[in-house]
Design a protein around this ligand. Sequence first.
Ligand code: PAF
Length: 276
Amino acid sequence: MRIVHSVAEFRALRPTLGHLAFVPTMGNVHAGHISLVQAAREHTDQIAASIFVNRLQFGPSEDFERYPRTLAEDAAQLAEAGVGVLFAPDENEMYPSPQSYHIEPATEQVSVLEGEFRAGHFRGVATVVMKLFQIVQPDIALFGKKDYQQLMVLRNMVSQFAMPIEVVGCETVRAQDGLALSSRNGYLSTDERRRAPQLNAELRRIRDAVRDGHRDFGGLQESAAERLDSAGWRTEYVRICRRADLQPSDAAAKEARVVLAAARLGTTRLIDNLEI
Ligand code: PAF
């Protein structure tokens, strides 16, 4: 695997790469990232990945400084999985002057869920992904469904800017006890890690109830949040939404749904979702 740190070097390489799939990451690679590489291999044998911890998508009180940076281990895992080129720029390379130009996602997409609790987060995500797409010029880009709203925002960006990129959403990879894999799981203490699968358990409970015909969505959401809070979490949201636009689902409507949640366990903020 070739590791490329500069935009110029990637540009020079790009014409040799042919039909290219791209897995953008912030590093600290785990089985979730590797599953994206494996999914990419179903589309093409030319795979690029990137590692860049993007300051723009972290709020002032978030974990940008402590976000794990593990380039050597990440590179080894990505190479083993079949990545041919790893783009790993530093901050000066990505943002040589203060970033003054941004991609502003559609308000209705970012005024809900994560957007309510992480002001500016999706602006930072869309800006960096637009820039990565300009540099890498992939034919296919793969993202995990764990960041469900991110996937929706990026699909919309690609469509609105008529970018010739197929965006593929891949299933969330979970530990055996149901916890969705995330680099942030590494912040959990042993006791918190033991309790963390409750978030997924509450989502499964809601998914099963809705599938069984329960239509009191407000009640289901509230009781899940109450159970989490009484077990020591600080719940930010538990919501049953329309898959199409992540607006609250109408219990009377026939529509594809997803239930999403975010909650803090100690100092760690975890998110998860399940399609219903
Ligand atoms: O999902 C992530 O890891 C990041 O949000 C992304 C898409 C790499 C942008 O920094």
